[in-house]
Design a protein around this ligand. Structure first.
Ligand code: ADP
Length: 463
C-alpha cells in the first residue's frame, strides 16, 4: 500500500475511534443525567407527599376510598357466594378491574402533585402509572384477588430470597407505595409519574457536551484534511522535482554529448585537412554551447526569481508593432515552421510593457504551439483592447491538454504526463515563466484546451 493510502486509512480509523469514544462518553453523561433527573423528582415528590400530609386533610384518595368501601361490601358477598372455580376467577378479574379503574380515575394526587411542582417552578407535565401490587378481599376469611410478581418477590425476599429490582422504577419515578385498607379489603399499589418532556430536558442539559464533542470531531476532521492535502501537495512537488532533475539531465546531456563528439571529430587527421568540415564542426560546437548556456541561464534565472521579485523595465509601446516584430523573428528563426494566422488589431493602442520579458512570454507560447503538435502546426494569434486591458491569445491545432493537466501546466517544473514525456523535450519551466511575467505586469494567463484538438492560451495585460 502507498504511504498516502496508509495515512488516509489511519486517519479514517482514528476519526472513527474518536467518534465512538465520544459517543460512549455522551451515552454515559446521558445516563447519569437521567439518573439524576429521576433522583431529583423522587425526592421532590416525597417532599410533596410530606407537605400534603402536614398541610392537607386528605392524601388524594378520599373519593377512591369512598367508592371502594360500598363496592367492596357487595363484592365480598358476591365472591363468597360463588362455588364454581372458573366463575370465581372471572369475578376476581372483574373486582381487580374495578379497583384499578377507580384508583386511576378518581385519585386527586396527580393534580395535587402538579400544583405543588408548579408552585415551586418545577416541571409539572407528567403522566401517572399505577401498578397494582396486591388486592385481598377480607370477610370471615381473606381471598387473594391478585398478587403481582413484584409482591411475590418481596415476600420471598423477606423470607431470605433475593429480589430482582423493580423493572418499572428504572425509567419511571416512584412517588410512593400505597396500602389502602378497611374491614372489607386490602389494596396495595405503587404510584409512578413519568415526565412527558424528560427527553427534551435531558437533551437541553446534555446539549453543551453534544456541541463540544461535535465541535472537537469537526476540528480533528478539518486538521486531518488539511494535513492530508499538504502531504499530497508535498508528494506532488517532490515528484515534480525528481522529474525536473531527470529532464534537466537529459536536456543538458544532449548538447554536451554533441560537443564531445565534435571535439573528437576535430582531433581526427582527415578532418584537420578539410577546412570546410572544421568550420562546420566549430559552428556546431558554437550552437550547442549557446543552447547549453541558454539552459543554464534559464535555470539560474528561475532560482533568482525565487529569492527576489524580478524587476521590469517598462516602456510605453505600440503593442501591435511589438507583436508583429516577435512573430516575424519567430518565423524566420524556425524557418517557416508553422502557418501563422494573425487576427489581432489594437488600433494603435500603447501599453506599458517590458519588451524583453514580453517577447520571452509570447515566444514561449509560440514555441510550445510548434513543439506540442503532431500535425503541421497552424497557429492563430488574436488580440484586441477591451476594458482598458490588452488581450492576446495564441491558439494551435496541437495535441491539446487534458482537463487535469490544465490545472497544473503553469506550475513550476510541471510537464503533462500524457504520452511519452521524452518525446517532447522540455523542463516544465516555459509556462511557469509566462505566468510569472504576466503577473509581474499585473495581468494573468489562462488556458482552454481539448485533447487532440488544440489549445488556446490567453494573456491579459492591464493598459
Ligand atoms: P515544457 O514545454 O518545457 O515541458 P512548459 O511549462 O512550456 O514546459 O509546458 C508545460 C506542459 O504543458 C508541457 O509539458 C506540455 O505537456 C503542456 N503544454 C504546453 N503548451 C502546450 C501546447 N501548446 N499544446 C499542448 N500541450 C502543451
Amino acid at each position: 500500500m502507498k504511504k498516502k493510502d496508509t495515512v488516509l486509512l489511519l486517519g479514517v480509523i482514528s476519526i472513527l475511534l474518536l467518534v465512538s469514544v465520544q459517543l460512549f462518553i455522551i451515552k454515559g453523561i446521558w445516563q447519569q443525567k437521567d439518573e439524576m433527573f429521576i433522583l431529583r423528582y423522587t425526592l421532590r415528590s416525597q417532599e410533596a407527599l410530606k407537605y400534603m400530609s402536614r398541610r392537607m386533610a386528605g392524601d388524594g384518595f378520599d373519593t377512591v376510598r369512598y367508592i371502594l368501601r360500598s363496592y367492596s361490601v357487595k363484592a365480598n358477598k358476591d365472591i363468597h357466594a360463588i362455588r364454581d372455580p372458573r366463575a370465581l376467577e372471572d369475578k376476581k378479574k372483574e373486582i381487580l378491574e374495578f379497583f384499578t379503574g377507580v384508583v386511576n380515575r378518581e385519585q386527586d394526587l396527580a393534580d395535587m402533585l402538579a400544583s405543588y411542582f408548579e408552585r415551586r417552578g418545577f416541571d409539572n407535565k407528567f403522566q401517572i402509572t399505577i401498578a397494582v401490587n396486591s388486592l385481598e378481599m377480607i370477610d370471615q376469611d381473606t381471598i387473594i384477588v391478585f398478587r403481582s410478581q413484584d409482591f411475590i418477590n418481596r415476600l420471598s425476599q423477606e423470607r431470605g430470597g433475593k429480589s430482582p429490582s423493580s423493572e418499572m422504577s428504572k425509567s419511571k419515578i416512584l412517588v410512593n407505595w400505597f396500602v389502602m385498607e378497611d374491614n372489607n379489603y386490602r389494596f396495595a399499589f405503587a404510584y409512578y409519574i413519568d415526565f412527558t418532556d424528560k427527553q427534551k430536558q435531558l437533551l437541553k442539559e446534555t446539549s453543551i457536551y453534544f456541541g463540544l464533542s461535535i465541535f472537537s470531531i469537526l476540528v480533528v476532521i478539518v486538521i486531518f484534511i488539511v494535513t492530508y492535502r499538504n502531504l499530497r501537495e508535498e508528494k506532488r512537488l517532490s515528484d515534480l522535482k525528481t522529474d525536473f532533475i531527470n529532464n534537466m539531465t537529459h536536456e543538458l546531456k544532449t548538447p554536451l554529448s554533441t560537443i564531445t563528439v565534435a571535439g573528437k571529430t576535430l582531433e581526427m587527421e582527415q578532418i584537420r585537412n578539410n577546412e570546410e568540415k572544421i568550420l562546420e564542426t566549430a559552428k556546431l560546437i558554437g550552437k550547442q554551447s549557446i543552447h547549453l548556456n541558454q539552459l543554464i541561464n534559464m535555470i539560474l534565472e528561475i532560482s533568482m526569481w525565487e529569492r527576489t521579485q524580478f524587476q521590469l523595465d517598462k516602456k510605453t509601446v505600440d503593442i501591435e508593432e511589438v507583436l508583429n516584430d516577435i512573430i516575424d523573428a519567430f518565423r524566420s528563426g524556425c524557418g517557416n515552421c508553422a502557418a501563422i494566422n494573425r487576427k489581432y488589431s489594437f488600433n494603435g493602442a500603447r501599453v506599458d510593457l517590458d519588451v524583453i520579458y514580453f517577447t520571452t512570454m509570447v515566444n514561449n507560447l509560440l514555441s510550445n504551439a510548434v513543439k506540442y503538435s503532431e500535425k503541421p502546426p497552424e497557429i492563430t494569434i488574436e488580440g484586441f483592447m477591451a476594458n482598458d486591458s490588452a488581450t492576446i491569445s495564441v491558439s494551435d491545432n496541437g495535441i491539446g491538454i487534458s482537463r487535469n493537466d490544465q490545472k497544473h501546466v503553469f506550475d513550476k517544473f510541471y510537464r503533462a504526463s500524457t504520452g511519452n514525456i521524452h518525446k517532447f523535450k522540455g523542463l516544465g519551466l516555459g509556462l511557469y515563466y509566462v505566468k510569472k511575467i504576466a503577473e509581474a505586469h499585473g495581468g494573468s494567463v489562462s488556458v482552454s484546451s481539448r485533447p487532440g484538438k488544440g489549445s488556446t492560451f490567453t494573456i491579459n495585460l492591464p493598459h
